[in-house]
Design a protein around this ligand. Structure first.
Ligand code: FAD
Length: 442
């Protein structure tokens, strides 16, 4: 294969203690947790706003237990509560709904208040490694390429972009070579109270009740509906395929809007609704994951395994969506699991000396990831990664060589509850029903 390298004459713009790549909840929490420990932190986000999938893909609620994640996440929830854009805490419910349109604003104000330097519209394009240390991160910015030389890096890109660019091994899809989890596009429609003229452009699918893609509709009291529509057959970590996924998703969307206006769905016709907004980025359930010092497995998650170097508690059920079935055919595998530990070693790419990973791209098999990818859990990983980075800086060692007990102590002092049993209130009811259903099975 032909290769090319980034030239040497790119200006070095900053030398922060910690560079956090990716401004989803993993990245926001990592950046704030590190800044609070006194680190000089640069948070880099490719889009125009913070909030990750919630801001740019329309994912409209936190799954995973939203309590005991840590004080930083408590502050985020408090900011959303103050703005009255988050649903109340009900641990027996799957998700805590959020009005996503406010998230970018609220999160930028939050991180700036905490002293984080924020660089939007900037993507990690490449890295340079000296041995196992990444000494330079190249950003593609509005002003061209820039070089930044951080001491430590947290990769919270959702797709392990930094780890990949530094040459650390990554995986995507199932362990047996199966496809990655499917994507979904979110779009909204408004009730105009006037009959619309349905339009099915050429090349867009004409759906029947049997052929429409799996669709979920969330109705708001103000006349808006948010539609989530499944898209299959593409990998989010292949440039051609991701581009094709976006193209196909928008064709599907035109077909689905036409279907909703003409046929309706769930016993309701949407003949007076018009398309009002479309998420700029298709929802990506699975990108790349690192291979860490520990690979968290489905068995670990299902068994509620404890780890000595636990830094986060995962609480959400396994949530595997059939990757090759477009229509609603049962969502997939959604088995409740007991609260389980996520060990620090799953956040550390094998062989790396100054890189931590947080969020859905940490090290685990596909089924484990289907659980730990949710945003409250990603936030918890961010807090752990940010604090671990600071401890490593203070001790002058690699993240894997820090004193784990000291990190766990810091986490506890900052509101992180690592006691699994404390979290069992979350989805207790769901787990109880699952046990009852199993007992009744002849
Ligand atoms: C359809 C769908 C429905 C879902 N439903 C829920 C739900 O109800 N509740 C829930 O909690 N979770 C849900 N999830 C999962 C959840 O949204 C993600 O797994 C979660 O957002 C992961 O958080 P993160 O911080 O790791 O990554 P992300 O939220 O994806 O954030 C990563 C950020 O990094 C940025 N980035 C990427 N590459 C670069 C780069 N090279 N340089 C700079 N920045 C970069 C991105 O722009 C993004 O802002 C859903 C996901 C999908 C797709």
């Amino acid at each position: 294969m032909d290769t090319a390298r980034i030239e040497d004459d790119i200006p070095v713009v900053s030398r922060p203690d910690v560079l956090v790549a990716g401004g989803g909840f993993a990245g926001i929490c990592a950046a704030v947790a590190a800044a609070e420990q006194g680190a000089d932190v640069l948070l880099v986000e490719g889009f125009a706003e913070l909030g990750g999938a919630m801001a740019v893909s329309g994912v409209s609620g936190f799954c995973g237990h939203t309590r005991g994640v840590g004080r930083v996440f408590d502050e985020i929830i408090a900011a959303l509560e103050e703005a009255r854009v988050i649903a109340p805490y009900h641990p027996e419910q799957d998700a805590r709904a959020v009005e996503t349109v406010y998230v970018g604003f609220l999160m930028q104000e939050y991180v700036l208040r905490k002293g984080v330097t924020l660089l939007l519209h900037s993507r990690v394009a490449a890295t340079h490694r000296d041995g196992n240390v990444i000494d330079t991160v190249f950003l593609h910015t509005a002003g061209g390429l820039q070089a930044h030389c951080p001491k430590l890096i947290v990769d919270a890109t959702g797709d392990a972009d930094v780890a990949l660019s530094a040459g650390y091994p990554t995986v995507s899809g199932s362990e047996s070579g199966g496809a990655p989890l499917p994507m979904s596009l979110y779009f909204s429609m408004w009730d105009t109270h006037c009959e619309q003229t349905p339009w099915l452009p050429p090349g867009c699918p004409r759906y029947t009740p049997e052929t429409i893609p799996m669709t979920s509709i969330h109705r708001h009291e103000n006349g808006r509906i948010d539609v989530k529509m499944k898209v299959i057959g593409h990998s989010a970590v292949n440039a051609r395929e991701l581009s094709d996924a976006e193209i196909e998703a928008r064709r599907q969307m035109m077909g689905l809007v036409y279907f909703l206006q003409t046929e309706g769905y769930g016993g309701r016709r949407y003949s007076t609704y018009c398309l009002s907004s479309v998420s700029p980025l298709i929802g990506i359930r699975e990108g790349r994951r690192i291979i860490g010092d520990v690979v968290l497995t489905e068995q670990d998650v299902r068994a509620g395994r404890e780890w000595e170097d636990a830094v986060v508690v995962g609480t959400y059920h396994v949530d595997y969506h059939w990757p090759t079935v477009l229509q609603r055919a049962g969502t997939g595998i959604t088995d409740p699991v007991p609260p389980y530990h996520i060990p620090l070693r799953a956040l550390i790419p094998r062989g790396s000396e100054n890189l931590l990973v947080a969020g859905r791209c940490v090290s685990g098999d596909q089924m484990a990831m289907s659980s730990f990818r949710v945003m409250a859990t990603a936030a918890g990983m961010g807090i752990a990664a940010g604090m671990c980075a600071c401890l490593a800086l203070r001790e002058g060692c690699a993240p894997r060589d820090i004193d784990v007990a000291e990190l766990q102590d810091m986490l506890r002092r900052n509101g992180v509850i690592l006691d699994r049993s404390w979290h069992s209130i979350y989805q207790q009811e769901r787990r109880r029903r699952a046990v009852e259903a199993t007992a009744k099975t002849p």
